[in-house]
Design a binder for this molecule. Structure first.
Ligand code: HEC
Ligand code: HEC
Ligand code: HEC
Ligand code: HEC
Ligand code: HEC
Ligand code: HEC
Ligand code: HEC
Ligand code: HEC
Ligand code: HEC
Ligand code: HEC
Length: 308
């Protein structure tokens, strides 16, 4: 494993070691990391303002108006906070091999540079173990510090378009007749997912409680109820009956017929915990529409059979 040391200052070197360690992941070795000579080329910071003399357009149009202009304050070295110490680049008349160019970095190296400032943000702190970084997707796949046209979070494209650009299967799911309407921004991918990774599977956001990711909006399903419907309170919770993205069935149900949904569990011997349906529930049309009578299907404060 190649180790790259960015010698001075000490905190940058620490970042660089962690970047090299993270890139130990075999799935990322296909991306050629920037050569050691290049990175050790620059160890000394240039004057913050000197970059402006040759890169005036980037400075004025693609930096000074972005949130990162905050890096011009308090000895944070402006451009060099991301592109590394730049004196050698300046001395070389703009030698491009003596400055950090992100397209030559591995995904983990890029993430390490951005994370040295952003990992304290709770939103971003799990990135190093996210599904995204593990699969070679890094900060610059989604964020563009210079050329973003999306004022929200400097995204490469607006969120939904960005996510669909890699997740085409989900685009199809959200085109189904019954769906969360992410296409018009009523709900966003990031309402349910954290693209920077989470402690839980599927990069799904969760707070305390069962499927808090759903109940933060659908509070009426949350309870606690005097009479709980047991499956709502399991680990699978909402997903034992609903699909999260989109469905061909009304109410995002997993099956097209409520009757079949209920009978998945309420058939003797199918599920030890759930009672079979009473014998007077003939399979006549009247009794197939289970939620016509058992209306409070997520739980009830008044009736053990969820009639009201
Ligand atoms: C003396 C003029 C000059 C100064 C001062 C200067 N640069 Fe450059 N820079 C250049 C030139 C010329 C290039 C090469 C452009 C090319 O080949 O497309 C370049 C290239 C770069 C690149 C690589 C661009 C790419 O194509 O990927 C980066 C990043 C960069 N400069 C950042 C900086 C930063 C940060 C500073 C301030 C420390 C700085 N430059 C100061 C002239 C300068
Ligand atoms: C927040 C981190 C960050 C800061 C601060 C930053 N850059 Fe960049 N810069 C990047 C990233 C990331 C890329 C690569 C963009 C990409 O791959 O889409 C880049 C690309 C570049 C490029 C080459 C591509 C292009 O857009 O032409 C140049 C030149 C450059 N930066 C110069 C500068 C200068 C000059 C400054 C200060 C005015 C600066 N950068 C400040 C992160 C930064
Ligand atoms: C030297 C510290 C530093 C580095 C390195 C850095 N940032 Fe930032 N970033 C900041 C600061 C400061 C702000 C503006 C204040 C804030 O919103 O927290 C900011 C803002 C942002 C925002 C906007 C946040 C918002 O709430 O709108 C995004 C997105 C972002 N940075 C992404 C990146 C990416 C991607 C990289 C790597 C290419 C990077 N940053 C590198 C310090 C840094
Ligand atoms: C797969 C795409 C993706 C990747 C990879 C990604 N981000 Fe983001 N990031 C987003 C989206 C989308 C948002 C807006 C989230 C929202 O709406 O809450 C965001 C928001 C942010 C914010 C603002 C968070 C807040 O609400 O305070 C910061 C800072 C940030 N990203 C930094 C980073 C850094 C640093 C990296 C790499 C270590 C990174 N992002 C990687 C998509 C991504
Ligand atoms: C209403 C909440 C919600 C929204 C909005 C949402 N997701 Fe999901 N997504 C989930 C849940 C819940 C899972 C299942 C996680 C599991 O099974 O562990 C999931 C799973 C996934 C998966 C894993 C593969 C799969 O289908 O099981 C991907 C990829 C995904 N979502 C991408 C997206 C994208 C891209 C968007 C926006 C276009 C999006 N999601 C919007 C809740 C949501
Ligand atoms: C550059 C391509 C790319 C972009 C952009 C992207 N993703 Fe991903 N995403 C991936 C890859 C690759 C994986 C890991 C393999 C997989 O599960 O498909 C992944 C995994 C995921 C997972 C976990 C799936 C699982 O099975 O655990 C979710 C959720 C997800 N992405 C949501 C999003 C959201 C939300 C956005 C937009 C903010 C987004 N992605 C943007 C490429 C991307
Ligand atoms: C950010 C808020 C939000 C989150 C989080 C959310 N939803 Fe929704 N949900 C909505 C909105 C808004 C609608 C109405 C959609 C419409 O009218 O197009 C909806 C509709 C539904 C419907 C269909 C209701 C009907 O009357 O047809 C179901 C079922 C549903 N959501 C289940 C879930 C599940 C399961 C989760 C968790 C995986 C979840 N929702 C997470 C906002 C949310
Ligand atoms: C045991 C199966 C089951 C579980 C578990 C379940 N639901 Fe439902 N849900 C249904 C059925 C069936 C309907 C349709 C009711 C109807 O047609 O009147 C429904 C309807 C809905 C609706 C539409 C509005 C309403 O209240 O009728 C929303 C929103 C919803 N569910 C969200 C959720 C959320 C969020 C969870 C997890 C906390 C969840 N559901 C768990 C079976 C379930
Ligand atoms: C994932 C499995 C599952 C599904 C699907 C399911 N249930 Fe249940 N249901 C249970 C379990 C487990 C109990 C709890 C039995 C207990 O506490 O003794 C229960 C309890 C009930 C009760 C109360 C029974 C009693 O004796 O207290 C009724 C009524 C009921 N379910 C109706 C329905 C209807 C109607 C549907 C379809 C909309 C449905 N269930 C879907 C598992 C399920
Ligand atoms: C016409 C109204 C009606 C319809 C439709 C209906 N039920 Fe019932 N259900 C009842 C009544 C009444 C009871 C008995 C309540 C009691 O014992 O006091 C009951 C009881 C139950 C019980 C509790 C059994 C037990 O032993 O505790 C379950 C489970 C149940 N129904 C499931 C279903 C399912 C599944 C469907 C759809 C296939 C359905 N019900 C359709 C009225 C209905």
């Amino acid at each position: 494993m190649r180790r790259q040391l960015w010698l001075v200052p000490a905190f940058c070197a620490a970042v660089w070691i962690s970047a090299a360690a993270a890139s130990n992941n075999p799935q990322q070795s296909s991306t050629a990391p920037q050569s050691a000579s290049l990175l050790s080329g620059g160890t000394q910071y240039a004057e913050t303002d000197v970059c402006k003399t040759c890169h005036q357009e980037i400075w004025e149009k693609h930096f000074a108006l972005t949130p990162h202009s905050a890096l011009l304050k308090h000895d944070q070295h402006g451009c060099q906070a991301c592109h590394g110490p730049g004196q050698a680049h300046v001395d070389g008349g703009g030698d491009p091999t003596k400055i950090i160019r992100f397209e030559t970095l591995s995904p983990a190296q890029t993430a390490a540079i951005c994370s040295k400032c952003h990992e304290a943000n709770l939103e971003v702190q799990n990135f190093s173990k996210s599904e995204h970084l593990t699969n070679g997707v890094t900060c610059t796949n989604c964020h563009d510090p210079h050329n973003s046209t999306d004022v929200n979070f400097m995204l490469v494209k607006t969120q939904t378009v960005l996510c669909y650009s890699c997740h085409s299967a989900q685009r199809a799911e959200f085109a189904r007749p019954f769906r969360h309407r992410v296409d018009i921004g009523l709900v966003q991918c990031s309402d349910c997912h954290n693209p920077h990774g989470t402690e839980t599977g599927g990069q799904v956001r969760t707070a305390a409680g069962q499927f808090a990711v759903c109940t933060k909006c659908h509070t009426d399903t949350m309870g606690p109820f005097v009479f709980e419907h047991a499956p709502v309170k399991t680990d699978e919770s909402c997903l034992s009956c609903h699909t999260p993205h989109g469905s061909t069935n009304p109410r995002l149900l997993q099956v097209n017929n409520v009757n079949f949904l209920c009978l998945r569990c309420h058939t003797p011997n199918m599920n030890g915990a759930a009672p079979g349906i009473p014998s007077f529930h003939t399979q006549s049309a009247k009794y197939q529409a289970c939620t016509m009578c058992h209306t409070q299907i997520h739980g009830s404060n008044f009736d053990p059979y969820f009639f009201r």
